[in-house]
Ligand binder design. Structure first.
Ligand code: ZN
Length: 306
């Protein structure tokens, strides 16, 4: 990137002791602008069933490519809008979906689980803007393609301070903890509307229109890449208009499970209150702690190895 080359040459000049030859007379460096991109898969162009979403699916290898190229389109748009640093979190399934060899050399990619901050790993006080690519609607949504919250196999609802959460809203609250606004998301129309309903008017790129849990009217991949790149670039240009979604602590989290036993066993711990047969509630001092507890609930099994 031109900006990093500029910084490198400035350092070389300073190292030679001829900084005074700089006609600008200063050490002007391009301001750093760091963007975090969290990439899920159910909202990626064309995904409708498990055939695209995991290694057992016959279309998975092609859809890894589409997912990767949507992330790359977001990077292009972010850079066109002034981003100098980019961190990408692979936030779907096994966390090993993105084809990392296709990314620019100066991008960092976070892979696999478990990890603190989960889908938002990599976000911190140094990040200026967050972007969600390939996001989907929540398990409480009646419309979204592959609608679920964190675990389609295990959870039926997650609420934060009584407000039903989609992954996008929950992750926006994690970003908000670090004062980071979410400026853009892509996914189906239901997913975008659901996040905007909680977080506010972040820029949306609709990659497909939901026709049901396993059906959609979709863009083509190339049209999706173009839309994502342009939407990110436009959002970056008005970045100051987006406010962080701040949920100040302590927070109360309600989690409902499909099955009975996780609730019974979790309720042995004083941290959890059993609200009903399939639901627990806990309090956390802030979103970072709430995220860690959710990650524990999602990942812990007595037989985890190594
Ligand atoms: Zn997801």
């Amino acid at each position: 990137m031109p900006s990093s080359r500029l910084m490198c040459s400035a350092l070389v000049v300073a190292g030679l002791g001829i900084a005074a030859l700089n006609p600008a007379g200063g050490h002007a460096q391009a301001r750093k602008l760091k963007v975090h991109i969290s990439v899920d898969m159910e909202g990626v162009v064309g995904t409708v069933t498990g055939d695209q979403l995991g290694p057992a699916g016959f279309e998975y290898s092609r859809y890894r490519e589409f997912m990767t190229r949507e992330a790359l389109a977001a990077i292009d748009g972010a850079r066109a809008g002034g981003a100098t640093d980019i961190v990408v979190a692979d936030a779907h399934g096994n966390g090993e979906n993105l084809l990392i060899e296709q990314f620019p050399a100066d991008v960092r990619i976070i892979r696999s689980w478990p990890r603190r901050l989960s889908m938002m790993a990599g976000v911190d006080d140094n990040v200026d803007a967050a972007i969600f690519i390939g996001y989907h609607a929540s398990t409480s949504n009646t419309k979204g393609v592959r609608a679920h919250t964190f675990s389609s196999a295990n959870l039926t609802r997650v609420a934060l301070n009584g407000v039903t959460m989609t992954e996008g809203a929950w992750n926006a609250a994690i970003a908000g903890h670090f004062n980071v606004p979410v400026i853009m998301m892509s996914g189906d129309d239901a997913a975008i509307a659901e996040v905007q309903g909680v977080v506010g008017q972040i820029a949306g790129a609709e990659t497909k229109r939901t026709l049901g849990f396993h059906s959609a009217s979709t863009l083509t991949p190339q049209a999706s890449y173009d839309l994502i790149r342009n939407t990110v670039r436009a959002a970056m240009a008005r970045r100051q208009e987006f406010k962080p979604y701040r949920v100040t602590g302590p927070v109360t989290v309600d989690v409902s499970f499909k099955n009975y036993m996780p609730v019974e066993v979790l309720a042995y711990l004083p941290l959890f209150e059993r609200v009903d047969s399939h639901s627990i509630r806990f309090r956390a001092k802030d979103m970072v702690e709430a995220s860690a507890i959710m990650e524990f609930i999602s990942e812990y099994r007595p037989d985890i190895t190594p």
